[in-house]
Design a protein around this ligand. Sequence first.
Ligand SMILES: [Zn+2]
Length: 326
Amino acid sequence: MDNLSGEPTPYSKSAEILPATMRQMRTTSSPAQHTLHHAISAVGIGLHTGRSINLTMEPAPAGHGIVFQRTDLPDAAPLPARYDYVVETRLNTVLGDKNHPENRVATVEHLMAALCGCGIDNARILVDGPETPVFDGSAADFVFLLDCAGRKTQDLPRRVIQVMEPVRVDYKNAWVELLPNDGPTPHLSMSIDFPASAIGTQSFALDLTPTTFRNDLARNRTFAMRQEIEALHQAGLALGGSLLNAIVVDNDHVLNPTGLRCPDEFIRHKIMDAVGDLYMAGAVLNARFRGYRSGHALNNQLLHALFAQSSAWQDTTNLQSASAAA
Ligand SMILES: [Zn+2]
């Protein structure tokens, strides 16, 4: 099994003593794609339906991408985890088949974030209901499952999309933008500003690596305002929500008896959401992402804006492969 923790591998630890020509090859070659070593299954409650959902994650061939599949609907078409298959962004990100509205999978963003953070390019995600299990409201259990499944190297280079020009989407006093990034690692930064004083103004930024994803993002839970929950229930949403799978805020205090996992858990969760939403580029997106009071809707609109502007991005996979072969 490959190293999943992001810690230096024995190979990379010894890079300093490699001849200069070999170091050059290491730095110019594109990383390989990865899938799961074994299939793995789990059962959990869906946040919005309150139903028990069976989840199975299976290995998939190189070039396949992340694809969701409803197993409870006969002849349901596979749903690629791509921005152009997103059919709803209220409260969560929903993938769906526009021609068959019943074929949809909600709350995919935390699993997508875990797949991105753990470096999984190809997988089939089977669910027997209309959403993924919420588990504890963070990505931690998905990371645990992916660790248990193991990670297998494949024989194609990772697809990398480099942002070449700034792209920005505004809505009222919220905005998101993608900027070109000089370094090899995506950078994300965001600020939020909530009237509830238990949240208030929070900012966070990080370079996204397997290590920073695990240490700084994966364990942070989703959250809701106490006064919003009744309206959500009346709309048939958040029926499975509880203090076991979400932080509930009542103005100046947190209702969960165990409190927060860290003082800025809210903004860290929002950045984790953005990691999952941006992975629906269908590739690693190398960019500087910045957001202010943003959420799933703006994250998705940002990808639409990026891919509508052909000069704003470049698929550098083949360039890196050619460089490695030279
Ligand atoms: Zn979330």
